[in-house]
Design a protein around this ligand. Structure first.
Ligand code: NAI
Ligand code: MG
Length: 486
């Protein structure tokens, strides 16, 4: 297979790195190189920021009506749809997710991110404040925030990048985006699509490369950037916040999670099993929202765990290009080693591996980064494996008697991103939804979302919310215009 060349996209032109560097992107299927990628340094980031700055300060984009911007953004969405197969293939090749997931979820959702925010922006209004007695009338003007840096992770490469880029553009900002170094390819195809959609120069810029002391960090420190929207590890969020402090940037963070999945004795067990399997092993468990701590109520504990183990063992793990595959390889060898080291730690801490717990290396699988779906019981919530984010197909299972206990365990974590509860009792559902301190709580479902609803995390799982009005709030400035009535 030929190696694809991936460049930056700055001011509507594809360019190499200023300092000439590049790095390989490999496929987790066989660890062979699939792309040679421009390595963005601070100089490339600065160049892209300058282009975005000019486009914002002098160009037409922030001055257009939402309806005009919508025409461009719909062209991008149509472009994504037109290249669905190609984008899905590259996403799967680059980071290992099953092709069925790329094709039916990630890539269509990426197109929908553009349509949703383009349409949404057209229907917004602002508030007016009538204060006749004082002889004044005030109204709120919403204006595009400025130059936005969008820094995204590798687990849903195009879906999470577009979740940031689409609202930023729809609300009139200009953007410099940086995808994760492990999964650079689909973002660069998006740049080709944007080029064809004929956006004014500098409105959408894409740079490739690493974070620390490189392209990523420069985006968080450059005085020309007004805001950073970041999805990634909590530790990285902490660094970015410190680095961005000197230039007082507006920040939106979607960070890690260690969410509880609570299965009550009165649940529809079949539905709970489906959700639990998806919630622990979907996308190889490389999901911030994953329900990685499974809490099962005592009366059904043995039966539920037995059926869950059976379901894990029946999963088809293998080449993600095969439409039958349910779980592909982990993103890099390094990440696989980290995940396997947590399996060792689980055993050291006293856990029992009920299934999996090992690398799969039969035949061609040996060339890639495959880990069997892993279920661990006999763990306690204080253990490191129940507190730290593993970000792979490794589930910790605990039992509970009373709901109080499940809620307490769910809350004993520094994270607060998501959670699930499976019950047929309405009161139980409402109680768990209220008492677990977390950004999203799913009741008898998982992963489905309304893009108008707030998305983000409590505690170490994030700062701020995105989605619908929440994105509008983040990507705009609010101005009060105060008028004398007489
Ligand atoms: P990461 O934090 O290592 O990297 C994310 C992005 O930040 C990459 O583009 C990277 O190049 C960049 N970066 C790294 N250091 C930087 C720095 N000092 N300055 C600026 N940019 C920097 O995260 P990774 O490993 O790519 O993704 C996995 C993590 O992302 C997990 O912890 C997961 O929980 C989290 N995540 C959170 C989601 C959410 O919505 N809350 C969704 C998906 C992933
Ligand atoms: Mg890759």
């Amino acid at each position: 297979m030929s190696v694809r060349t991936v460049r930056h996209f700055i001011d509507n032109a594809f360019v190499d790195a200023v300092e000439g560097g590049s790095f390989p992107s490999v496929s987790p299927i066989d660890n062979q190189q699939i792309a040679e990628v421009a390595e963005g340094t601070r100089a490339d980031a600065a160049r892209a920021v300058e282009a975005a700055r000019r486009a914002f300060d002098e160009g037409p984009w922030p001055r257009m009506s939402p309806a005009e911007r919508k025409r461009y953004l719909h062209r991008i969405a149509d472009g994504i749809d037109a290249r669905l197969d190609e984008l899905a293939r590259w996403e799967t090749l680059d980071m290992g997710k099953p092709i069925t997931e790329s094709k039916t979820r990630d890539i269509p959702r990426s197109a929908f991110n553009f349509r949703f925010f383009a349409d949404y922006a057209e229907h917004l209004s602002t508030r007016a404040f009538d204060q006749r007695a004082a002889g004044i009338f005030s109204y709120e003007l919403r204006e595009p925030l400025g130059v936005v840096a969008a820094i995204s992770p590798w687990n849903f490469p195009l879906m999470l990048l577009t979740w940031k880029v689409a609202p930023a553009l729809a609300f009139g900002c200009t953007v410099v985006a940086k995808p994760a170094e492990q999964s650079p390819i689909t973002a660069s195809i998006l740049a080709e699509i944007a080029a064809e959609a004929d956006l004014p120069p500098g409105v959408f810029n894409l740079i490739q490369g690493f974070g620390p002391d490189a392209a990523g960090q420069e985006l968080t420190e450059h005085p020309g950037v007004d805001a950073v929207t970041f999805t990634g590890e909590s530790a990285t969020g902490r660094l970015i916040m410190a680095n961005a402090a000197r230039t007082l940037k507006k920040l939106s963070f979607e960070l890690g999670g260690k969410s509880a999945n609570i299965v009550c004795a009165d649940a529809d067990l079949e539905a709970a099993l489906d959700g639990t399997v998806t919630g622990s092993f979907g996308n190889q468990g490389e999901v911030c929202l994953a329900g990685t701590r499974l809490l099962v109520q005592h009366p059904i504990y043995d039966e539920f765990v037995a059926r869950y183990v059976e379901r894990a063992e029946a999963m088809k793990v293998g080449d993600p290009r095969d439409p039958e595959t349910q779980m592909g390889p982990l993103v890099t060898q390094e990440h696989m080693d980290k995940v396997l080291s947590y399996v060792d730690l689980a055993v050291e801490e006293g856990g029992t591996i009920r299934t999996g717990g090992r690398r799969l290396s039969e035949g061609d699988l040996g060339k890639g980064n495959y880990v069997a779906p892993t279920i661990v019981t006999d763990v306690r919530n204080e253990m490191r494996v129940c507190q730290e984010e593993i970000f792979g197909p490794v589930e910790m299972v605990m039992a509970f008697d009373e709901l109080d206990e499940a809620i307490a365990i769910a809350n004993q974590t520094r994270y607060g991103l998501a959670g699930m509860v499976w019950t047929t009792n309405l009161a139980t559902a409402h109680r768990v939804a209220r008492e677990v301190r977390t950004g999203t709580m799913w009741v008898n479902c998982y992963f489905v979302r309304d893009l108008r609803a707030p998305f983000g995390g409590y505690k170490d799982s994030g700062i701020g919310r995105e989605g619908g009005d929440y994105s509008y709030e983040f990507f705009t400035e609010s101005k009060a215009v105060v008028m004398k009535l007489a």
